[in-house]
Write a protein that binds this ligand. Sequence first.
Ligand code: NAD
Length: 295
Amino acid sequence: MKDSIGFIGLGNMGEHMACRLLNADYKLRVFDIREEAIATLVNRGAIAATSPAAVASEVKTVILSLPTPEIVKEVALGSKGVIAGTKVKTLVDLSTIGPQTAQEISIGLAAEGIDLVDSPVSGGVAGAQSGTLAVMVSCPDQQFSELRKMLSSIGNVFHVGTAPGHGQIMKLANNLLSAAALAISSEAMVMGVKAGLNPHIMLEVINAGSGRNTATHDKFPNAILPRSFDRGFANGLMHKDVELYLKEAEALEVPTEVACAVEQLWQTACSEIGPEADFTTIVQCVEIRAGVEVK
Ligand code: NAD
């Protein structure tokens, strides 16, 4: 049996990543606000804890996979947060929270001698399940060497920078591309179908041609054409990622014309389809206006 690790946030991504760590023989202390999420991991061999502070009083390394910057901040720095733990030395955050929040949390934790390792992930629920995520680690070299083996249980590990926030910048650039690909592919597919093309043949052509992207390769054939809308990532979370991108690009004075258009369509998906709905439902915003369905 390897080291004991803490894992907080056992949702669409966290549950699978925690299971992979258990399968790799790590002992896990787990916490989530949902009892049923804890129970699933306890059934797989993890030990339940009653708060983030309780997790952080049992282990030296705690991992987070939580939805929003506000929640990560509370779980890291709140009165029952990781910072109140008596044993923790390193907090590895796999969530997407933007560079500014990562830096704030890093400063807050440093006051208690705890290091933040900014380490967002990409690859979706399927990647979390199969251990093929892109893991974008930002921390000093020595710490990276220490964490590499453990993080390789959840995916392909990249050392993208040394300071908190570099991982977040990498992730926001990646997710803007993913968000843009799905938004623009929705418009192109709806246009083709309304003009009378078969969407299956459209995808075959696009994926053999220069329009190929993650939406045409994966989301359209596997979740939109079958109308299952089940990739396991919420509209609200993708909208958060694009908003975080815009905030950062504006601060860096980098043009955002296309990113602003992408943000608007995700805003529409949140208000018309719902923030909890799967992000592949963004196509429905275009379908409703065009009066056709891609199926
Ligand atoms: P999710 O909403 O499915 O899971 C979040 C989990 O955190 C839930 O189990 C929830 O109960 C728990 N939680 C919420 N508040 C809590 C608190 N105060 N204390 C403890 N637990 C709390 O989200 P997800 O899709 O698993 O995403 C997690 C993070 O990973 C997000 O930052 C997201 O942007 C990022 N991400 C998601 C995907 C994806 O495809 N789903 C891919 C890459 C990155």
